[in-house]
Design a protein around this ligand. Structure first.
Ligand code: DAH
Length: 341
């Protein structure tokens, strides 16, 4: 049997060496490794051999298989390379044909706006501070002077989780507490961009998730005039040097006093149009002097320290700037909308 196998090996290799094209290599493979080949029948007949011969034959079959496989692969590789070469030569490429257009991706309009706003704040000495999107009731409400049953909670309908007191933040303001507790007792100048979540009806004007940018300055001797000056400077850097601003008093639980800042409508120049609802002014952000209770919750003694805070929606600013009428475009993933910016 060993004799036969050796002979089979020699003959098969000799045949293989004479072959050069993929077709005949394939035929060779079928013959040598197929069901009727000696390599297969020898194994099938192992039982008929004397006991001491069986392991020797088994081993020899495997050796031959390995050797023939290796030899085949080498030949096959060369044959395939030759085939490819032939194909390329017979169908030459036309280098004068126009190429396929490469489409370029870009940042989402909101990302562009967030970056633009953060860049402006960076120029003014504010550092970007990242804060978590999953919050506790304590950080999102309590520490910001919004106790349970406070009516302000109704304005920010909340996504609760299955874990008690763990919620999705409804605004970026809880980041104020994180920043204060981290920076104490140093002065703070930070902006906090990020996603917020509200359990609301989705309409053209409101969505369940959107971006906000919070700002916080804490130090000694910070006054309302600093807030007004800083925010007016910000508005000029974003909307242009000549833009007029005004502050209207408002109420937020975490600031006292609180205000809203408007800019003069850049569509009609203050004359009154559909975008500014005939008022001549566009509401841009909420702001105020950090409430003493909030300062205290952040670790800063309100008798020594003071500060101002503000919060704005980059989505709203982008909508005003580009006259986008429906907030749902932002998440609609429609390239006809997105590729305009
Ligand atoms: N957190 C407020 C909101 O989501 C926005 C805001 C208003 C933030 C006034 C502030 C602020 O820091 O001073 O509606």
């Amino acid at each position: 049997m060993i004799e036969q196998l050796n002979q089979f090996e020699g003959e098969s290799l000799a045949k293989l060496n004479a072959l050069n094209d993929s077709e005949s290599l394939k035929a060779w493979k079928g013959e040598v490794f197929g069901k009727t080949s000696l390599l297969s029948t020898a194994l099938g007949e192992l039982g008929k051999l004397p006991k001491e011969e069986r392991p020797l034959v088994g081993k020899r079959v495997n050796e031959i298989k390995q050797k023939l496989t290796a030899a085949f692969e080498e030949k096959d590789y060369a044959a395939k390379a030759a085939d490819l070469e032939k194909e390329l030569r017979s169908e030459p490429y036309d280098v004068t044909l126009p190429g396929r257009p490469v489409t370029r991706g870009r940042l989402h309009l909101i990302s562009q706006t967030v970056r633009e706003i953060c860049d402006v704040w960076a120029e003014m000495g504010f550092q970007v501070y990242r804060s978590r999107e999953v919050e506790t009731d304590e950080y999102n409400f309590e520490l910001l002077n919004i106790p349970k049953h406070h009516p302000a909670r109704d304005m920010q309908d909340t996504f609760y989780t299955t874990v008690p007191d763990v919620i999705l933040r409804t605004h970026t303001s809880p980041g104020q507490i994180h920043a204060m507790r981290e920076y104490y007792p140093d002065p703070i100048r930070v902006v906090l961009p990020g996603m917020v979540y509200r359990y609301e009806q989705i309409t053209a004007r409101s969505d369940i998730q959107f971006d906000q940018i919070e700002g916080l300055a804490v130090g000694k001797g910070i006054r309302m005039s600093d807030l007004k000056g800083t925010l007016t400077d910000f508005a000029r850097r974003i909307f242009g040097k000549g833009v007029r601003t005004r502050f209207r008093s408002d109420h937020f639980p975490f600031t006292e006093p609180s205000a809203e800042m408007d800019i003069e409508c850049f569509v009609c120049g203050g004359k009154g149009c559909a975008v500014c609802k005939r008022s001549g002014w566009l509401e841009i952000l909420g702001c105020g002097m950090v409430h003493p209770i909030v300062l205290k919750n952040g670790g800063y003694d309100p008798k020594v320290f003071s500060g101002f805070a503000f919060g704005m929606g980059p989505g709203r600013i982008a909508m005003l700037k580009y006259k986008i009428e429906d907030i749902r475009y932002f998440w609609g993933n429609d390239l006809r909308f997105l590729s305009q910016f």
